[in-house]
Design a protein around this ligand. Structure first.
Ligand SMILES: [Mg+2]
Length: 106
């Protein structure tokens, strides 16, 4: 997780340099939320292909790497969005996992 979050810090800095048209955090968060929606759509496309539910032309573009690549895109953009919103992802995950686990203790 540490290595992934280091990459997110690095990538966030690189994106700030290449996409400096979002000077404030509010616009940056909204832009990343829109980007996340785009990536979720791409993942949905891959899931349909994985289940052979696409028309032939779309099905042809699918390969074993493209599904895992889209899963990674969704995770990376989610982490970039969390960084923009100041969410401590490690703490958030620990707290949520604990909450989920408690559901099964009853
Ligand atoms: Mg993608």
């Amino acid at each position: 997780m540490k290595k992934i979050l280091e990459f997110i810090d690095l990538e966030s800095g690189r994106l700030r340099k290449t996409h400096d048209n979002y000077p404030d955090e509010e616009k940056r968060a909204l832009a990343r939320m829109v980007k996340l929606s785009e990536e979720v759509g791409e993942l949905a496309d891959e899931v349909l292909s994985f289940n052979s539910m696409q028309r032939d032309e779309k099905q042809a573009n699918h390969n074993s790497d493209s599904l895992s690549e889209e899963v990674a895109d969704v995770l990376i953009v989610t982490l970039l969005l969390a960084k923009t919103l100041g969410v401590d992802v490690e703490k958030a995950l620990e707290k949520k996992i604990e909450k989920i686990n408690k559901r099964y203790e009853k």
